[in-house]
Design a protein around this ligand. Structure first.
Ligand code: ZN
Ligand code: ZN
Length: 128
């Protein structure tokens, strides 16, 4: 795999960040050094190479994350940010799904939508 400077910079971000990012967030994290179309192109490349996975939830924005066999996130519908969640329910689901549905699990994604603590504070501030 050819690693251009842009690709190296994007991958470096994912060494530190374990939750999904969209192209605009990556653009900002790289201080606008690369244009958005370059970032989109490289994200597509990483997806084709199975280095990153993409997910699209209710807001229709595509987010990319580094797959680790399973992924759990909480997502704030106000500031549209993900955080990773270190809690796994796989054992409970796995037994049920494999025994009752004859389905072999290879990966899972679990996410909760809501309002993060920062956004809750902001909302509270408005009312006070
Ligand atoms: Zn928020
Ligand atoms: Zn899990």
């Amino acid at each position: 795999m050819k690693l251009t400077k842009t690709r190296r910079e994007i991958l470096k971000l994912y060494d530190k960040i374990d939750y999904p990012l969209n192209a605009e967030e990556i653009y900002n994290l790289l201080n606008g050094e690369y244009d958005l179309s370059t970032i989109y192109r490289n994200l597509n490349f990483f997806e084709k190479e199975h280095i990153l996975k993409s997910i699209v939830f209710s807001d229709k924005i595509t987010y990319y994350y580094k797959p680790k066999g399973h992924a759990h996130f909480i997502y704030c519908i106000k500031c549209k940010k993900f955080e990773s969640l270190n809690l796994c329910f796989e054992k409970q689901y796995k037994a049920y799904i494999e025994n009752n549905m004859n389905f072999k699990i290879t990966d899972h994604i679990l996410y909760f939508e809501g309002i993060c603590s920062d956004c809750q504070k902001k909302e509270g501030g408005k009312n006070a």
